[in-house]
Design a binder for this molecule. Sequence first.
Ligand code: ZN
Length: 97
Amino acid sequence: MKWLILLILFGAVAAIIAMRYRRQIQTALYVWRMFKKMRQVNNTKEKKIERKETTGDVQLISCAKCETWIPQKNALKLRSKTFFCSANCMEKAVEVN
Ligand SMILES: [Zn+2]
């Protein structure tokens, strides 16, 4: 019973506040919605940028011989973690070894 009275009281107070500050609440809701929309736009923008970065991302590796930085897809791979910029470098490295 006590809870019911409290609930009704709370409801009444909320109703009074809502009626009194209806305009303010409407404005606040409007602003909040705008803010939410803006955030959504930002999120989609960020996602687009992220996608661009991942697709345009080229992993650079350094040549084991001359230490030139080149894209991994252009590198010549020897064993698992040794990369060379060209066949020349690879040959030189093999000769030394
Ligand atoms: Zn090289």
